[in-house]
Ligand binder design. Structure first.
Ligand code: PLP
Length: 375
């Protein structure tokens, strides 16, 4: 069964590659300065804390998971959602209409590992209004666009390591200029925990069970409901506030270890191969459309997003054929869902299905799923 994300295996815990190839050396090569966190949302809060005043506003794309608004609210900022185009580009006229002298920051998002479309024009607007630019790179920790690591283009940026690697938690805050470095106000949960703790052990146990069950669909289904072993893209349960609060932990020691053992080039190559395999095999289906026409050099896809005519039917078929990790994205905030102005974001959230391309899937498994789908 193809799961949504990679799982921890004994292979990930043992040294199996040669040379200094870990994620930390990779970050050091591409980022000016960075700090580890348990979750990207908390990194956002700490990154902005020294730059903004309560009562200011912040512009966020409407096509965004519901909990991402939480750190801004905690800082006393008014979140203002802006409309997006079907291509995920910001609706610039809408951004301009909502931006004002009280706007502290504007956020762009590199969806599914790809650079934000329309970024240049958005950056021009941000500059004209003298705001901070937040580069939300939750999905693309290893994507390099024309020599630049995604997440390092705004004044601050974030990336979620847990979305890409089999780790209990983990995120990065990028400080991309002198001003943001100088004003950085880290909270006590910035950084990495000193030692391995109970939650790391729980994560290992859960991963072992998951690995054991991967080959046994029936047992897996019955245990999924008992132990919440589902492969939903978001690990935590509960409402947006609870999920935000649950993320308020330092980065795990186990995560740091796995970062050292992970090879960015290898992961990127595997994900790119899997992405292309899905694309080749689904190319002739007329009930879905690929969101991105090409996979540019250096990009490490988080998933292969498609616009599906009947998303539920497609996900059910994928599940039956062995790709249960396909998921619908994201869970939008009620503010967006209830407002017809955000009709495009709402429509996208219903029709986008993300197909897993992670590094623990073999192209041959994708081929087998696609063959079953065809029959
Ligand atoms: C676009 C986007 N931004 C930010 C976040 C928050 O990241 P984290 O879950 O690491 O707090 C997410 C998580 O789902 C996301 O999808």
């Amino acid at each position: 069964m193809i799961s949504a994300g990679p799982s921890l295996s004994i292979r990930s815990l043992s040294r199996h590659h040669s040379g200094p190839t870990g994620v930390e050396s990779f970050l050091e090569e591409y980022a000016a300065a960075y700090t580890f966190y348990g979750a990207g949302k908390v990194a956002l809060r700490d990154g902005l804390a020294g730059l903004v005043e309560p009562g200011q506003n912040v512009l966020l794309p409407a096509y965004l998971p519901d909990a991402v608004v939480e750190p801004f609210q905690e800082l006393g900022l008014e979140p203002r959602y802006y409309r997006v185009e079907p291509s995920f580009a910001p609706d610039l006229a809408d951004v301009e209409q909502r931006i004002d002298a009280n706007t502290a920051a504007v956020m762009s998002v590199n969806y599914f590992g790809f650079p934000q479309p329309g970024l240049e024009e958005l950056q021009q607007l941000i500059e004209d209004y003298n705001c901070y630019h937040i580069d939300d790179n939750a999905h693309a920790p290893l994507s390099i666009d024309n020599g630049t690591l995604l997440g390092t283009r705004g004044h601050i940026g974030i990336t979620s390591l847990w979305k890409l690697l089999p780790v209990p938690n983990g995120a990065v805050l990028f400080h991309n200029d002198a001003e943001t470095i100088e004003n950085f106000q880290p909270s006590p949960i910035a950084g990495v925990r000193e030692s391995v703790d109970v939650s790391d052990c729980q994560f290992i146990v859960k991963s072992v069970i998951q690995n054991l069950l991967d080959g046994n669909g029936m047992i897996r289904e019955s245990l999924d409901s008992m132990f919440a072993l589902d492969d939903d893209e978001t690990p935590a349960v509960g409402g947006p506030h609870k999920r935000y609060e649950d993320g308020k932990r330092m980065m795990s020691r186990l995560t740091e270890h796995i970062l050292e053992e992970s090879n960015p080039d290898e992961i990127r190559n595997r994900r790119r191969t899997n992405y292309r395999t899905w694309q080749r095999l689904l190319n002739d289906r007329d009930d879905l459309e690929f969101v991105y026409d090409s996979l540019p050099h250096g990009i490490c896809p988080q998933a292969l997003p498609v616009r599906a005519e009947e998303p539920k039917k497609l996900m059910a078929a994928l599940q039956r054929c062995g790709a249960g990790g396909a998921y619908n994205w994201p869970r939008l905030s009620t503010t967006v869902l209830e407002n017809p102005t955000y009709e495009t974001a709402t429509r996208l959230s219903k029709e986008i299905v993300a197909l897993p391309v992670h590094q623990h899937v073999d192209a041959s498994t994708i081929e087998a799923v696609a063959m079953r789908l065809r029959h």
